[in-house]
Every structure is written in C-alpha cells, then in structure tokens.
Design a protein around this ligand. Structure first.
Ligand SMILES: NC(=O)c1ccc[n+]([C@@H]2O[C@H](COP(=O)([O-])OP(=O)(O)OC[C@H]3O[C@@H](n4cnc5c(N)ncnc54)[C@H](OP(=O)(O)O)[C@@H]3O)[C@@H](O)[C@H]2O)c1
Length: 326
C-alpha cells in the first residue's frame, strides 16, 4: 500500500515509519520543515513538506502522494507544558485535531483514499467516576476541568469526524507515552524530586511504549472496523505504584508525598485530578479486533528498557516487589 503519514517527524512518527516500511508498504511522510526531509528519507520515507493547517497544502500533498491510507499524527505537544493553562498549551494541537482533521479528510475523500488512521489519546479524558479501568464504551469525561474543556472537545471532534465516514476511519487512543524521545523531561522532574505523589496517588494511568503505539498503527492500516481503539499496555496502575517504581528505576530518591490541598496550590487542578482521580484504559478491543499485542505489556519492564535505550542506565534488578493483589 501507499501510506501518507501526516506529522511524521515527531516522537511516534520516527518510530512508525521504519515499521510501515518493514511491513512492505511505501511511505510518504510530511513535515513543515524542509530541513527534516533528510531524516525522513533516511527512515525510508518519501518526504513531503506540508502545513496541516493550510487546506491547499494538504490537498496538494495528498494528491501528490496518492495514498491508499492516511495516518494522522499531527500534534503540537512539544510546546512548553503548562498544566495550569492546559487549553492554552494545547491550542495548536486542538486546531490540528479539528481544522487539520477536516482538511485531511476532505483531501482523502477527493483522492479516493480508503482508510484514515488518526491519533487520539486516552487517560485524563476518561470519566473520573466508577470503575478503575474504562473501555471505549465508557465515553469521555462528561465533566472535565474547566481548563481542559477545549482540549477534550477537540478530541471528541476528531474521534467523531474520523469515524463518521465515508472514508473508513480508525481512531487510536494512545495512552501516556514513554520510550526514547517521549518523556525524558518527565524523568528529569522525578530525578529532581519535583514530581510528588499527590494525596493518595490513587489516579490510575495506562502507559504505552512508543514502539507499541507504532505496531498498533501498522496493524490498523489494514485491520479493524471504523471506531475508536485504546492502545495501552496490560497493566493500568495507580500513581502510588508507578511513580515510586519509576523513581527507583531512574536511580532517584523516592518521590515526595504532598496532601491534595498543597498539590492543588503548587500544581493546579489538572495535576491533582490526574494524580488522584484518573481512570485507566482497557486494551482488550485493540487486541481482539486489530490482532495487536503490546511487546511491552507492563510498564515495569518497559520503563527499564526505555531508560537503557535512552542511555540512562536504569538501576538493576526488580525495583520493587510486584503487588501480590494484582
Ligand atoms: N499519548 C501521548 O501521551 C502523547 C501523544 C503525542 C505526543 N506525546 C508527547 O509529546 C511530546 C512531543 O511530541 P512530538 O515529538 O511527537 O512532537 P509534536 O510537536 O507534537 O509534533 C508531532 C508531529 O506533528 C507535526 N506537526 C506539528 N504542527 C504541524 C502542522 N501545523 N502541520 C503539520 N504537521 C505538524 C510535527 O511535524 P513538523 O514539526 O516536522 O512539521 C511532528 O511530526 C513528546 O514527549 C511525546 O511523547 C504524548
């Protein structure tokens, strides 16, 4: 198949291109920056310069590449994180998820593309009531924090628009990414003891290794009926479990613990909700319908491998006894 990856130079795109090529497909890969063309070429793709917020440029890129499948990986998350002004931090990403999706889908229809696979997210987007682990049927948080409303609306828009047809639309909700190039800044925060466990640390997170996100995306090129799929590991875990473990693997001191009121004061509502109320995500549907299985089913081994690959020698041995209740 001919596959166009829109937004191919980012954390996921760079791991994804070689895997699509290895599966026997041709890849056209977009970037806004001609200087990144060489790198995309080295990864095995035909580089295409395109701004996803320019409808004409998107139409031209799609017409030129004549893909059978388009993969939408355009985000602008490398902007400096600002959890207190979440929607402001996500503003361009939200545009890419709304306008950018519209432009890609219009071009896809025009060019007779048969399938679109688009990046979404699962984590803080889950409803924060009821069971600890949610499926795709549980929908999105009906009551997001005020500073996350626009970002959740953009995710909802992308998911509904991609799945609405007529082009077959697959939405992959990746969990919280880790892996080389994904979250080293996060580990720095932990090493500097600037990421405490807030309250009881009872928020549940689902993690996804970048390579597992990439293999699920390759599977979705020709598997699955239109819809939304959680692409996460097999072991949703509370912050109170994974954060001390990651600190230990990274050779850092155990994270500090702060009460909820202090966490809110220091880091704001989004951080507190994430650490105390978040719900995890089940990957059963993706396994069943995409025929995909994570190579890193648990963040326990995954974190260790990530830090090794990132050249940050992890602390040897099992960092912490496995919770016997699991
Ligand atoms: N599920 C998750 O947890 C999740 C998901 C995604 C990202 N992240 C994290 O966020 C951080 C940054 O992600 P990232 O490195 O992938 O970078 P990013 O800045 O989010 O960019 C992603 C891709 O989108 C493209 N892009 C951005 N604006 C565009 C536009 N206007 N038109 C067309 N393409 C556009 C970029 O290409 P050019 O700049 O080359 O044009 C790049 O290829 C990483 O730490 C990553 O792990 C997490």
């Amino acid at each position: 198949m001919r596959v166009l990856v829109a937004g191919a130079s980012g954390a996921i795109g760079r791991r994804l291109i070689p895997k699509i090529v290895a599966a026997g497909h041709e890849v056209a890969a977009t970037t806004r920056d001609p200087a990144k063309s060489g790198e995309l070429h080295k990864l095995g793709a035909q580089p295409v310069v395109m701004n996803g917020l320019d409808a004409d440029a998107v139409a031209k890129a799609v017409t030129g590449a004549q893909p059978e499948v388009i993969v939408h990986q355009m985000t602008a998350l490398a902007a400096r994180a600002d959890l207190r002004r979440f929607d402001r931090w996500f503003a361009v990403t939200n545009e890419l998820r709304t306008k950018g999706t519209d432009f890609l889908l219009a071009a896809a229809r025009e060019a007779g593309v048969s399938r679109v696979v688009a990046q979404s997210y699962t984590g803080w987007t889950n409803p924060r009531t009821g069971g600890a682990v949610k499926t795709e049927r549980d929908g999105l948080d009906p009551d997001p924090a005020p500073m996350q409303r626009a970002s959740l609306a953009a995710i909802r828009y992308l998911e509904q628009t991609v799945c609405a047809g007529p082009v077959t639309g697959i939405v992959l909700r990746y969990g919280n990414f880790y892996g080389p190039g994904a979250s080293e800044a996060f580990v720095d925060l932990i090493r500097n003891r600037r990421l405490p466990v807030v309250g009881d640390g009872g928020g549940v997170w689902s993690w996804t290794h970048l390579d597992d996100a990439a293999t699920a995306t390759v599977a979705a090129l020709d598997h699955g009926s239109p819809g939304v799929y959680n692409v996460t590991d097999d072991e949703p875990a509370t912050v109170a479990e994974w954060l001390p473990y990651l600190a230990d693997v990274a050779g850092a001191k155990p994270p500090m613990r702060v009460p909820t009121w202090l966490g809110r004061l220091l880091a704001g509502t989004v951080t507190v909700q994430w650490m105390t109320q978040a719900r995890g995500s089940s990957n059963e549907k993706a396994k069943r319908e995409l025929g995909w299985h994570p190579a890193w089913p648990s963040w326990r081994e995954g974190f260790r491998s990530w830090l090794t690959e990132a050249g940050q020698q992890p602390r040897p041995g099992p960092a912490q006894a496995r919770d016997p209740s699991r």
